[in-house]
Design a protein around this ligand. Structure first.
Ligand code: 4NP
Length: 161
């Protein structure tokens, strides 16, 4: 089992999109049972709120369903996950501030797994939800490919048990 937590500022746009995209991707590839996938906010701004309507609409346009309510990241979440995948440099600084600089070896920007490392721009400000979707999809896909190569034994083990 690999525990993955996606993180952004508000947990109503990018990180819940990433959570639902990655869940869909692992389900379609028969790998869902190997993962525990969640998402969190670095801020308390939107705690308890559902996925922002334009983000949800964009997911639905790509046939990805599901809901989520914003929840703030804690240090325990960082300790209890194998990968903390943030969307941008601001998120990375905020998570490291939360952990006092610890656990840096499991905190990555999602798109650092792609051939074109970059931040996922916040659609809350850019209003470009389709671009956010495409960047997140690319990041999730490349992250999964990375795991399938690097953690091959773990997936083979999960298949047998
Ligand atoms: P997210 O977008 O970090 O992708 O969920 C945001 C949502 C809400 C706010 C900021 C960013 N806000 O300031 O409320």
């Amino acid at each position: 089992m690999i525990n993955v937590c996606f993180v952004c500022l508000g947990n109503i746009c990018r990180s819940p999109m990433a959570e639902l995209i990655f869940k869909d991707m692992t389900e379609k590839r028969g790998l869902a049972l190997s993962f525990n996938v969640s998402s969190r906010a670095t801020s308390s701004y939107e705690v308890g709120n559902p996925i922002y309507a334009p983000a949800k609409r964009t997911l639905e346009e790509h046939n990805i369903k599901g809901g989520h309510r914003s929840c703030q990241l804690t240090k325990s979440d960082v300790i209890n996950n194998d990968y903390i995948l943030v969307m941008d440099s601001g998120n990375l600084m905020d998570v490291l501030r939360l952990t006092g600089g610890e656990y840096g070896d499991k905190i990555f920007k999602l798109c650092s797994f792609t051939d074109n490392p970059r931040d996922v721009a916040d659609p809350w400000y850019t209003r470009d939800f389709e671009k956010a979707f495409n960047d997140i999809y690319d990041g999730c896909n490349c992250f999964l490919e990375y795991l399938l190569k690097e953690k091959k034994e773990a997936f083979d083990y999960d298949k047998r048990h």
